[in-house]
Design a protein around this ligand. Sequence first.
Ligand SMILES: Cc1cc2nc3c(=O)[nH]c(=O)nc-3n(C[C@H](O)[C@H](O)[C@H](O)COP(=O)(O)O)c2cc1C
Length: 428
Amino acid sequence: MASMSFALTRFSGLSSKTTLSPDFDHSSRRNFLPPNRVSLKISSSSPSPSDSEPDLSVTVNGLKMPNPFVIGSGPPGTNYTVMKRAFDEGWGGVIAKTVSLDASKVINVTPRYARLRTGSAKTDVIGWQNIELISDRPLETMLKEFKQLKHEYPDRILIASIMEEYSKTGWEELIDRVEQTGVDALEINFSCPHGMPERRMGAAVGQDCALLEEVCGWINAKATVPVWAKMTPNITDITEPARVSLKSGCEGISAINTIMSVMGIDLKTLHPEPCVEGYSTPGGYSYKAVRPIALAKVMNIAQMMKSEFGEKDCSLSGIGGVETGYDAAEFILLGSNTVQVCTGVMVHGYGHVKTLCAELQDFMRQHNFSTIEDFRGHSLQYFTTHTDLVRRQKEAIEQRKAERRGLKSDKDWTGDGFVKETESMVSN
Ligand SMILES: Cc1cc2nc3c(=O)[nH]c(=O)nc-3n(C[C@H](O)[C@H](O)[C@H](O)COP(=O)(O)O)c2cc1C
């Protein structure tokens, strides 16, 4: 990869983490010059589209991926067979379904999904609600499968998503056992909106910054691989838990998990959806309809990271409603290093990664971008306050009026603009 514009220095003294990426040189990590990762320019030295294919590979917290498309934690990463399939189809990385120490406490119901449709065709689905809990498979089984996958795909990135109750020893045991399988990184689920908060897990931690700081402290003191903290959007200001997580030693932020939702009421039966024995419970909303909300949260986090952690090695994984390579480009333009897809895989299947890559490359070709770093964070500079928008518009209107009025004085004629200046004073 041509460049990595996020700085690569670890937070000092917080943990003994190292990356498991076998060929990563730690000394060079410290010496990496941290160019501003979000004020990016279109490189004039980029090869022309005909010279070479745009390079989709990314290196994030020392983890090398062939492309930025990562399976988001959920059904698409729930067992060995499907994760193997994801690697075989070419996904850049896989984040497994969230695991905890005691799967026997996880009891799912069926049906647990409900769709928001604009019509009856498959393509008319725009939103997806789930009331699914974390993995109900025994931890030991999941760990065996992680180990097997890392054995068969040593060069591919496998990230374990973990969640535990409010217990330091519980978190330490879980991290220890998961790391022994050889996974490359950990994503901490501080964001599951249903079921788990009742046990002081998931969003219950992500919505309480004091609790989050304490739990992140335990995790980062124990973990030896990069840690990404996954944020809930069900909070007033998502930058607060993101800041706490990064200050507490996490290397990355993943955003967003699902948005708390009630999918709807069946107007024939008067029961809510998804309907389990006549009843339901609020769930998590995902897929296309959440994308604008996810983009806003990612933009907020990226701005905060740029202004407060610009010199640190922290990464951002954008999630929410991605189903095309062009959607992914938008998340990257707002600073995401990687882009996760969960519901999109449930709708389009694992082979969809090929379409995602082709579309992202098409976008890159259109702009003559040769690497992901060429445009990552580029569009952040165009966000400002409403007050500033008013000021800019007033100035632009004044400028246009002045142009229409023509020259104020004969001294303003210029040689280069002479013809235009003449035009500006002609009435017909
Ligand atoms: C059925 C389902 C199950 C999910 N389970 C998990 C989970 O176990 N852990 C987690 O961190 N996120 C889970 N998620 C959230 C997704 O990883 C993702 O953050 C969210 O769905 C938004 O992305 P998407 O629109 O691409 O699905 C789940 C999502 C769905 C739809």
